[in-house]
Structure formats: structure tokens, C-alpha cells
Write a protein that binds this ligand. Structure first.
Ligand code: SAH
Length: 216
């Protein structure tokens, strides 16, 4: 039996995103377009629109659609924005960012995941995404400053380089808290005086951000 992924995708947007209060039209449109099944491990592709995170290679995860939607909505993205993502994983969030923003730069520490994500993104014709293997706790200096930074892994604190690579009026969304436990999504917004305003959002559970300016 063939699965009608498009139908499941549209249902997911309605049931998991709209009914839980996601309103940003650009975010909802992106979720209607990006085929999450293409970012899943082949053996559990039929779970693509289940309401949760799923396992991918190297013990990592593809995030729950609702949490990614929350993070994207909080970033309040515009079509011209240049965005940095830390923790490419499957590449799913990068594809969503590519639908909403202008340019996407995404860093993954596990080479195998970066290679796979780059391939899928290229097959799906996302030409505005660049994937690199490296330590995202140091950001990606070459293309800085960024209008928005999305950290897709849990950190003990906001890494220093992400602050310095953020544009004026820039926004950062990052889960901060315990390793292997619960974290809280924090939204940082650059003010006119250069300071960062901090806001607390949802409680979440992400795999750890491992690197020079985080857990080792
Ligand atoms: N955004 C992903 C979810 C990724 S899970 C998706 O949509 O599928 C978090 C990812 O962060 C993992 O792949 C992990 O390897 C990666 N990661 C952890 N620490 C990192 C670091 N310092 N730099 C870059 N990637 C990191």
C-alpha cells in the first residue's frame, strides 16, 4: 500500500500546528510544503507525520514538528533574512528555514549527517542552503552577521560567538537547561543599545549541543 504523505502532511499542519496555536502563515505554508518523510530513516518513514521527535542516524533526532514550528514562529522571519542553524541533523528544519528566509547556513558536527542532509536538500532543490561540518558553538564566521539563529540542540548557556555573529535587531532561539533532561526555549532579541533581551518560552527536550563553547 502506498502512503499518501501529502494528505498526512496537511493533517499534521492542521492538528498539530494550527490547533495548538501556530498562526504565522509563512511558517504554516512551509510545513505544508516540506516533505518530512524525505528526512526520515527509510525504515520509519511512515512515522513522518507522527506527533513527536524521531530517531535518525548516529543516535540523533529529527525534531517534533510542533516544536520546530514554535521556534520558527518565535524568530519572526522575513523573506530576506540570513539565518544560521546549529545542529543540521536530518536537514528538515533547514528546509523549513529555506522556505521562509532568504539564505540559510547550517552547521552539523557529525559529518555523516551533514553529508546526508546536503544530499536531500539538493535533491529537493533548496539552493539557498549551505551545510557545513563543524562545531556550531563557534557559529559560522564567514557569513556573519545573521538576522536570526536557530539552535537545534540543548545548551548549558548561550555560546558567546552566537552573540557576536548576530545582526542588530537579530533574534536567537535556543533550548537551555540540563543535559539529557528538560530545557527551556529562550528567545534573545538584540535591542538598539546592543543588549540582548531574554524571554522564556516552552519546556522541551533536545539532544545535547556538544562543542568547545558548550558541554564537551
Ligand atoms: N534540526 C534537526 C534536529 C537536529 S538534532 C532536524 O531538523 O532534523 C541536533 C543535532 O545537533 C544533532 O544532529 C547533533 O549532532 C548536532 N550537534 C550537536 N552539537 C553540535 C555542535 N556543536 N555543532 C553542530 N551540530 C551539533
Amino acid at each position: 500500500m502506498t502512503v499518501d504523505y501529502e494528505k498526512l502532511r496537511l493533517e499534521m499542519v492542521k492538528e498539530q500546528l494550527e490547533k495548538r496555536g501556530i498562526k504565522d502563515q509563512s511558517v504554516l505554508e512551509a510545513f505544508k510544503k516540506v516533505p518530512r518523510e524525505r528526512f526520515m530513516l527509510a525504515e520509519n518513514r511512515e512515522l513522518a507525520y507522527a506527533d513527536g521527535a524521531q530517531t535518525i542516524e548516529a543516535g540523533q533526532t529529527i525534531s517534533q514538528p510542533y516544536i520546530v514550528a514554535k521556534m520558527l514562529e518565535a524568530l519572526n522571519l522575513s523573506p530576506a533574512d540570513r539565518v544560521l542553524e546549529i545542529g543540521t541533523g536530518s536537514g528538515y528544519a533547514a528546509a523549513l528555514l529555506a522556505e521562509i528566509a532568504g539564505e540559510v547556513y547550517t552547521v552539523e558536527r557529525i559529518e555523516k549527517l551533514a553529508v546526508k542532509a546536503r544530499n536531500v536538500l539538493s535533491k529537493l532543490n533548496y539552493e539557498n542552503v549551505r551545510v557545513k561540518t563543524g562545531d556550531g558553538t563557534l557559529g559560522w564566521e564567514e557569513y556573519a552577521p545573521y538576522d536570526a539563529i536557530l539552535v537545534s540542540a540543548a545548551a548549558p548557556y548561550l555560546p558567546e560567538k552566537l552573540k557576536t555573529q548576530l545582526n542588530k535587531k537579530g533574534r536567537i532561539i535556543i533550548p537551555i537547561g540540563e543535559r539529557g533532561g528538560i530545557q527551556q526555549l529562550k528567545l534573545y532579541t538584540r535591542r538598539y543599545n546592543g543588549n540582548l533581551k531574554e524571554e522564556d518560552l516552552e519546556y522541551v527536550r533536545f539532544v545535547p549541543l556538544l562543542g568547545e563553547d558548550s558541554w564537551r
